[in-house]
Design a protein around this ligand. Structure first.
Ligand code: ELM
Length: 283
């Protein structure tokens, strides 16, 4: 797994809720690949560092400068959006979500992005040096975009944050957090019986938890045969940056014996976990 350079995207998310003309809140969070590195809660005047390496290679002065820029931005953003809402007759409540970030590539190359969603739909992006509507954006947005593009000072700041600050921060974080990002944590697995899906039927549950990174393969098997009726849940986060997955199989009570749950994960080095259903536990 070592040697080949891997890419880890750095993503900053902003969630802004506008309940009415006076009540709003904005929260921010940042992730390096699967790990949350920063939080910036509504009302808090400072960025919260969630990992010992969350400062990357930025100096205290650089963090102070960045926090100042973001503090001014947060209050300007709220004011601007309230003004746009009046100008464009937008109905409350509404949500705006911003996703911005970058990814460094081998060499000195990097790619950045900034997208804005209104009510969950992508409406605006920052491209190069200008704000642009998303391909299917509603027409009323054009007036807002025209206004936004008049502010050259902001466009220059966004451009420099995306093309300089972001890749510099991301590469420092990557270097400082490398061992945690690249660690391998083995899953634990166990079986249980779920609620009966019907008379003479059983729901077999296979729980897999505590693994990192996220990709995992779990299947109910009969011998070497995959059971295609296997139902896979969503991969859910544990509180400690590991993941959890539940995989179930509905079977006739008489057919549970001989089934097993097989788990493949990068941390296991080919030594799959195999758990056999104990036919005597129920039926
Ligand atoms: C510059 O987000 O307009 C720093 C910007 O007041 C840092 C960005 C970091 C991003 C509307 C209504 C309802 C539904 C949809 C819409 C349309 C969607 C609108 C999308 C909004 C912005 N625009 C996207 C920018 C908001 C704030 C700016 C501006 C603010 C203050 O600017 C003044 C001067 O105008 C400027 O020239 C310069 O002198 C500046 C110096 O401080 O002061 N600009 C900034 O704060 C991070 C994203 C994280 C995920």
């Amino acid at each position: 797994q070592t040697g080949s350079p891997r890419n880890f995207p750095f993503r900053c998310l902003q969630i802004s809720s506008f309940a009415n003309t006076t009540w709003t809140r904005t929260d921010g969070l940042a992730w390096l690949w699967e790990l949350q590195t920063h939080a910036w809660r509504n009302g808090s005047d400072s960025i919260h560092f969630l990992k010992p390496w969350s400062r990357g290679n930025f100096s205290p002065q650089q963090w102070e400068d960045l926090q100042h820029i973001l503090g001014v931005y947060r209050s300007s953003f709220t004011r601007d959006i309230q003004e746009f809402a009046i100008m464009l007759s937008k109905v409350y409540p509404f949500e705006l979500q911003l996703s911005a970030g970058c990814e460094a590539y081998p060499g000195n190359a990097s790619e950045s992005f900034l997208h804005v969603a209104f009510q969950g739909t992508h409406v605006v992006s920052f491209q190069g040096t200008y704000w642009e509507p998303a391909p299917d954006a509603p027409l009323w947005l054009n007036r807002a975009i025209e206004e936004l593009n008049k502010d050259q000072g902001t466009r220059e700041m966004v451009q420099s944050l995306l093309s300089d600050t972001c890749p510099q921060l991301a590469s420092g974080l990557l270097e400082a957090g490398k061992s945690e990002l690249e660690q391998q944590v083995k899953p634990k697995a166990w079986l249980s019986q779920g609620p009966s899906p019907g008379s003479d039927r059983l729901q077999l549950e296979c729980h897999v938890s505590g693994f990192y990174p996220k990709p995992v393969w779990v299947m109910w098997m009969r011998g070497e045969q995959d059971q295609p009726e296997t139902q896979r849940g969503d991969v859910l986060p544990n509180a400690d940056d590991t993941w959890y997955l539940r995989v179930t199989l509905d079977v006739a009570a008489g057919e549970a014996a001989g089934l097993s749950c097989r788990v493949k994960h990068s941390s296991l080095g080919g030594q799959d976990i195999v758990l056999h259903w104990d036919g005597s536990r129920s039926s």
